[in-house]
Write a protein that binds this ligand. Structure first.
Ligand SMILES: [Zn+2]
Length: 209
């Protein structure tokens, strides 16, 4: 059961409303407006509980303004509404957009496990931190597939500890790797070669990212 937004009873609220109708003058007191504006900030549920619907200081009637002022005096510390659960709280319900991101991530991770298992050598995934990539437009911040052993397949040769996309002319762009990480590769060249080597049909789960 949800906590009520106000501890004022229906009878108390009815009495306050009567009082507000009696006491509201045609002229708005700017001090009252400021006072109410300050009090209702961050308390939309309380405002709804007091006057029956949501309003802002700009849309409320004079009676509603007086009623909120009287209610604030009668209940200077309204109950704190329960906080919406944060993503790390148990019972948090992800939004549709978050759910879509999670399932895309899971599909990519599953596809990477399947692709990696079909590769003939052990590999790790590492991030390239080489800094002079801007010189020839090298893509920044991708995760490469690094070979633990050298790989020779027909005319294709790659030395150990180099990314699958390694070619000597591009070596200066592939110097500093951050060490193995539990990540899914994002380098399209590495992935393209991995798919060619395995003969596995390229999946959008990895290539479409
Ligand atoms: Zn690569």
């Amino acid at each position: 059961m949800t906590k009520p937004a106000t501890n004022l009873t229906a009878e108390q609220l009815a009495a306050l409303r009567e009082q507000a109708e009696r006491e509201t003058s045609r002229f708005v007191d700017p001090r009252q407006l400021t006072r109410v504006e300050k009090f209702i900030a961050g308390r939309p549920a309380w405002v709804r509980a007091i006057i029956g619907h949501g309003v802002t200081v700009r849309t409320m009637t004079g009676v509603e303004l007086t009623l909120l002022d009287l209610a604030a005096t009668a209940e200077p510390n309204p109950p704190t509404p329960p906080r919406e659960p944060a993503p790390w709280d148990p019972g948090y319900q992800p939004t549709d957009a978050e759910r879509a991101i999670i399932s895309r991530r899971q599909a990519a991770a599953a596809e990477w496990v399947a692709l990696r298992n079909e590769l003939p050598v052990d590999v790790t995934v590492e991030h390239n931190y080489t800094s002079h990539r801007h010189i020839d437009g090298y893509v920044q911040g991708v995760d490469h597939i690094l070979l633990r052993d050298s790989l020779r397949l027909g005319r294709l040769y790659r030395p150990a500890n180099e990314p699958l996309c390694f070619v000597p002319s591009n070596a200066h762009n592939l110097r500093h790797f951050g060490g193995p990480e539990d990540r899914v590769p994002t380098c399209k060249q590495c992935l393209g070669l991995a798919y060619r080597i395995t003969g596995r049909g390229p999946s959008m789960a990895l290539m479409g990212r």
